[in-house]
Design a protein around this ligand. Structure first.
Ligand code: TYD
Ligand code: MG
Length: 470
């Protein structure tokens, strides 16, 4: 009979202690300890975990003798997903996909599982029944005819098996029966292991289950894709150690009221974290968006003031985004400010700079700012577009939709240089813009003859103001 013990775990970093502690000695956070009952493992488990599956028992090898598996990546058949992964799924890797509820994590993985050609995939769901998965799969592939009974489904030439299961030991049995090339586990928070007594979703369960899947992945060279929930403040639920264990942490995000979804890589042992994937959620699943700029700019009306186009980069991908603002006299004593998709404090800062440098009494006006498409932009190169759109709305003179902006702004109104400016200019050129406004410091090192587009250099915000509205 296994011994039952309880431990206290830090909710922040997963530190384990036999007594309650006010402050975590590991991460220094206060009041994070919760008690969890853990059934002490009998020595048997260690033997069991290998389960005879680890035939490839590891022994040290000379690095020159290790065969690089770069060429063996499994392409997912979805260009955007592959791009974020760095060219496909690496065999034996453990991948964690996080995101808010309802953002489309299950949809993305099921759709990917249906599209991977020539592979045997096991999709384990702790959240949905086989019937529910089947219904979703039928929506994802326009016609459900190709499906067969018993939850088994054939894709082009691969096979997708689905099972609803929450205990890792049972899952391992299913794995033994199916022998999948890829394993998908929908939500690590719903999975539990019998070796521990605490409830699914608790820190010790998440930690242990993740470790079990990692062991399985490494020993059998099978990639495991885990879905993870996120907490209210947007970080992955569960101990930080989980993020250390996995090879790849992807985050799926977007505004639920809009169709766009961004897939970001927060950590990737086998590729760059600069890449992002862009999708659009539609009635029949996620569609890849290859040209976000053309997409985001399509609904433009030439005659409106308050619009400016920013040439931003998400990772290494140029994304042209429309910034809209509305400046109007404040009706109430306290002027309102609202920013959608842009940092509120940064907007306040830009308004203060404009007030000081351009002499507008923005402090007495309501300012509303909106980034088209519900996309959150963190690239500072959007600053100049934000400033110009506010100015345009304030003086009520439209900016030509053929102009775009790429520069950061400083506190004293100086227009600063941004990274990879050639990249942005080349994309603006390709999209048919007439002028791009960049910082003087950026333009210095440019070979302007290379581009057909006119490059307007500005060094302070007043220059931009004069060029646009004088
Ligand atoms: P889901 O993948 O279940 O989210 P998660 O697993 O991240 O919680 O996605 C659910 C949302 O996606 C749901 O609100 C409906 C929407 N959706 C579509 O718009 N089209 C579709 O084809 C599918 C399958 C879902
Ligand atoms: Mg789900």
């Amino acid at each position: 009979m296994a011994k039952v013990k309880s431990y206290f775990f830090c909710g922040e970093c997963g530190y384990q202690s036999s007594t309650w502690l006010g402050k975590c000695p590991e991460c220094g956070k206060w009041n994070t300890f919760t008690e969890e009952v853990v059934r002490a493992e009998s020595g048997k488990r260690k033997a069991e975990s290998g389960n005879g599956r680890g035939e490839r028992g590891s022994a040290p090898k000379l690095i020159s003798e290790v065969v690089a598996s770069e060429t063996q990546r499994i392409p997912t058949g979805c260009g955007e997903f592959d791009r974020v992964l760095g060219g496909g799924i690496v065999p034996g890797s453990l991948l964690l996909l996080g995101g808010e509820p309802g953002i489309g994590k299950s949809t993305l993985l099921l759709q990917t599982a249906l599209a991977i050609p020539g592979k045997r995939i096991l999709y384990v769901s702790g959240e949905e029944s086989e019937q529910q998965i089947k219904m979703r799969a039928d929506r994802l592939t326009e016609s459900g005819e190709r499906g067969t009974e018993n939850g088994e489904r054939r894709t082009e030439n691969g096979e997708l098996y689905v099972v609803s299961e929450t205990v890792t030991q049972r899952i391992m049995e299913h794995i033994d029966a199916v022998k999948p090339d890829i394993l998908v586990v929908d939500s690590i928070q719903t999975i539990c292991t019998e070796t521990i007594d605490s409830s699914a979703g608790s820190i010790s369960q998440i930690r242990e289950c993740t470790a079990e899947f990692q062991r399985y992945a490494k020993e059998n060279n099978v990639p495991v894709l885990l879905v993870g929930h996120i907490t209210k403040d947007g970080t992955l639920a569960g101990p930080k150690v989980m993020e250390h264990i996995v090879d790849c942490v992807l985050q799926f995000e977007g505004d639920r009221n809009y169709g766009y979804r961004l897939l970001r890589s927060l950590k990737n042992r086998f590729g760059s974290t600069a890449e992002i994937g862009i999708f659009e959620m539609q009635g029949d699943g996620l569609r890849e968006v290859e040209n976000p700029s053309e997409f985001l700019l399509s609904q433009r009306d030439e005659t409106l003031s308050g619009c400016a186009v920013a040439a931003t980069l998400e990772g290494v991908r140029p994304m042209f985004i429309e910034v809209q603002s509305l400046v109007s006299s404040a009706v109430y004593g306290t002027p309102q400010r609202n920013a959608n998709g842009f940092d509120f404090r940064r907007l306040s800062m830009l308004l203060a700079v404009l007030e000081k440098r351009c002499g507008f009494k923005l402090g007495a006006k309501d300012v509303f700012l909106n980034i088209a498409g519900g996309i959150r932009v963190s690239d500072p190169a959007i600053d100049l577009a934000v400033a110009c759109s506010v100015l345009s709305s304030n003086v009520d003179i439209p900016i030509s939709p053929r102009y775009c902006f790429a520069a950061e702004m400083g506190l004293s109104g100086e227009v600063r240089s941004v990274s990879r400016v050639e990249h942005r200019i080349a994309e603006a050129d390709r999209l048919g813009f007439e002028k791009i406004f960049v910082s003087k410091y950026n333009a210095r090192s440019l070979n302007k003859k290379r581009f057909g587009i006119e490059i307007v250099e500005v060094s302070v915000i007043e220059d931009a103001f004069r060029a646009l509205f004088a």
